[in-house]
Design a protein around this ligand. Structure first.
Ligand SMILES: N[C@@H](CCC(=O)N[C@@H](CS)C(=O)NCC(=O)O)C(=O)O
Length: 231
């Protein structure tokens, strides 16, 4: 049996944050088939391994623990593999970065597809998307991140905040290349960070596997179709 089981759709989106950390630490994980994912999601909370609404869910078999919520899973892996800053402020900032990333995912998918993008709503959203990029950029710059060097919170080695930022902006701009110039103009240090993290051998291998498995899909469904239509 693998060390971990990840319950997530066959897509990058939220699952990729967890995959990237597991890949970085050399974690060995299985992913379940869609039928099992649906069945577990529909189960009564009383019998779910962790009561939850939507995936991702990660089971750590050795620890006999299952967790839901991307932020909780990333923080757990961060603590377990020493990928969280030791000081309280940067640990809290790591949580903020994950929460910011989740907010961006919600906004980019209009709250998990509650509405669809139109040319007008997408145009109106551009200043806000640019502001999110700037928020990540300023966070990094305040910790001496540059286009060529450094990490988001000024750590010596990449941590959860770096994988989060790299997967958010790196995956999004890889799947929607027309957004890459905006990232480079607005958040060049984040673009550089995403590239450096993305060039780590474990991340290259993960991306190759994911691209083969998921193709061009990012969040999938009608909301991805509406996003592609306006881009
Ligand atoms: N806040 C949760 C959001 C989970 C979520 O929205 N999961 C999506 C997939 S990315 C889902 O399938 N949701 C189904 C549902 O909520 O019923 C997290 O960060 O993990």
């Amino acid at each position: 049996m693998a060390d971990y089981t990840l319950y997530y759709w066959p897509l990058p989106f939220r699952g990729q944050f967890i995959r990237s950390v597991l890949a970085h630490v050399g974690g060995d994980w299985d992913e379940v088939a869609m039928e099992e994912l649906f069945a577990l999601k529909k189960e009564d909370p009383a019998t779910q391994p962790v009561p939850y609404m939507g995936p991702p869910v990660l089971t750590d078999h050795a620890a006999e623990v299952s967790l839901a919520q991307t932020q909780a899973i990333l923080a757990y892996l961060g603590d377990k593999y020493d990928l969280m800053p030791k000081d309280a402020v940067r640990a809290a900032l790591t949580h903020k970065v994950i929460a910011d990333a989740n907010d961006v995912l919600y906004e980019m998918t209009l709250y998990n597809g509650a509405q669809m993008w139109t040319a007008t709503s997408w145009k109106d959203y551009q200043p806000r998307l640019a502001r999110w990029m700037e928020i990540f950029e300023v966070t990094g710059r305040r910790h001496n991140l540059t286009e060529a060097d450094g990490y988001l919170l000024g750590t010596e080695t990449p941590g959860i905040a770096d994988f989060t930022a790299a997967i958010l902006w790196g995956t999004m701009t890889a799947k929607f290349p027309s957004l890459r110039p905006m990232l480079e103009d607005t958040a060049p240090a984040i673009a550089g960070l995403a590239d450096r993290i993305g060039a780590l051998p474990e991340q290259v291998a993960l991306r190759q596997r994911s691209d083969e498995a998921y193709g061009d899909e990012w969040c999938s469904g009608q909301i991805e179709a509406s996003l592609r239509a306006v881009l």
